[in-house]
Ligand binder design. Structure first.
Ligand SMILES: Cc1ncc(COP(=O)(O)O)c(C=O)c1O
Length: 416
């Protein structure tokens, strides 16, 4: 009886040492010290499975896709389209037609902002949040300049949560678009996407969710969220650089004009006029990043091979340990203490510039990001130039958290 109840309540086990062996980059020395890689929010590392899938693609099946009347062309096309289906399942999208390859989250947001030009008129409002990455601010500012619409920021609480009151006040008759991140890159806050999307939809507002920092940490279901668009980059979720995803509702994608012209995106070209290809190809001009798509598919397979519940529990344990150790570093302040967070710790230390913290940590083999994290309006809100940010992934260990804090104590006592 007791063993049954223990089994039910015991936290799921996650073999972090086994997982680390899958990531060749992690087992190296940097500046004479074992690498402690805590810059996963900027870009994560890739498992061997991704490297092998891309290598195999180039060795055995590379050709251009959708064109060659030959075996290699078929192999490349099959690998490319099967990767698209993996992304569809990964996001639980209704159809692979709704999965558009882009160069990354940034390009996906630009594509949507460009495609929605006709939906806006002067005086309309685009609602963003104050905790957006510049990638989810600037494309909307460009759209606003082009159409006479206005970008309006939703406020943030001192803890780094979206201010619900500000959101409710600002979501109004003029709002046409609501765009915000699922997870803040600078703070780690997980935003209440489904709830906010439901409120926006009740007013006929188009919604875009920037999932760049969400997909590396937890499973996402775009149908459950009911957002109109969802974007992410492969390189933050253990896949290659240079490729990302735009998911969109089919009716909106159908109604949007093409974004770039060229091969692949056409049905028929003549000097009398051109007709466009169907989804998703309408938005995919030119030769795509085939090996990168294959690599992203392999990253999805890799994530699917892990126990996601155990992985999330392990990540939460990293954040808990880091939170417990903050008090051991005099003058350390955590920026962003939301109740619902992924394992990201942004911080300042009195008397030390964030970039000096980064350099001194690097000397001890510890990689963190410092600066404004492409979230200048958020730094303005906190009235700081920037922070140092430790962003953890499932392959980080509790010992690495300890090492970070040992190093911070050393730095603080010597230099602050
Ligand atoms: C929340 C968020 N959105 C968008 C981006 C942009 O991603 P990319 O540079 O891969 O297009 C980032 C990158 O840091 C991010 O953290």
């Amino acid at each position: 009886m007791s063993s049954v109840s223990t089994a039910k309540t015991a936290p799921p086990q996650f073999d972090v040492e086994a997982v680390r062996r899958d990531f060749p980059t992690l087992s190296q020395q940097v500046n004479g010290k074992p690498l402690v890689y805590l810059d996963n929010g900027a870009s994560s590392q890739r498992p061997e499975a991704v490297l092998l899938a891309m290598d195999r693609y180039y060795r055995e099946m590379h050709s251009n896709v959708h064109r060659g009347a030959h075996t290699l062309g078929d192999r490349a096309t099959n690998a490319f389209e099967s990767a698209r289906e993996k992304v569809q399942k990964f996001l639980n999208a209704p159809s692979s037609r709704q999965i558009i390859w882009t160069r990354g989250a940034t390009e996906a947001i630009n594509l949507v902002a460009n495609g929605l030009t006709e939906k806006l008129k002067p005086g309309d409002e685009i609602l963003l949040s104050q905790m957006e990455h510049h990638a989810n601010i600037v494309p909307w500012q460009i759209l606003a300049e082009r159409t006479g619409a206005k970008v309006v920021p939703i406020g943030v609480t001192p803890e780094g949560e979206l201010d619900r009151e500000s959101f409710h006040c600002l979501l109004g008759e003029r709002t046409r678009i609501l765009a915000f991140n699922h997870v803040s890159n600078a703070l780690g806050t997980i935003n209440p996407v489904a709830d906010m999307v439901a409120k926006a939809k009740a007013q006929g507002v188009i919604t875009l969710i920037d999932g760049a920092q969400a997909v590396p940490h937890f499973q996402v279901d775009v149908q459950a969220l009911d957002c109109d668009f969802y974007v992410f980059s492969a390189h933050k979720m253990f896949g290659p650089t240079g490729i990302g995803i735009l998911y969109g509702k089919a009716d909106l994608l159908e109604a949007m004009p093409p974004w770039q012209g060229g091969g692949e995106m056409i049905e028929r070209v003549s000097f009398a006029g051109t007709t466009y290809n169907t989804l998703p190809y309408k938005f995919e001009a030119g030769t795509p990043a085939v090996a990168e798509a294959v690599g992203l598919g392999a990253a999805i397979d890799y994530l699917a091979s892990l126990d996601r519940g155990a992985m999330e529990a392990a990540e939460n344990a990293l954040l808990r340990r880091a939170n417990d150790l903050v008090a051991s570093v005099p003058g350390m302040t955590v920026v962003g203490t939301a109740a619902n967070k992924v394992p990201v710790m942004s911080f300042t230390i009195e008397g030390l510039h964030p970039s000096d913290i980064g350099t001194l940590l690097d000397q001890q083999g510890i990689a963190v990001r410092t600066g404004h994290h492409c979230a200048m309006p958020l730094m303005e809100f906190y009235e700081i130039p920037g922070t140092a940010r430790a962003s953890f992934a499932f392959y980080n260990t509790l010992e690495e958290v300890e090492q970070l804090f040992t190093a911070l104590r050393k730095i603080q006592s010597r230099f602050a």
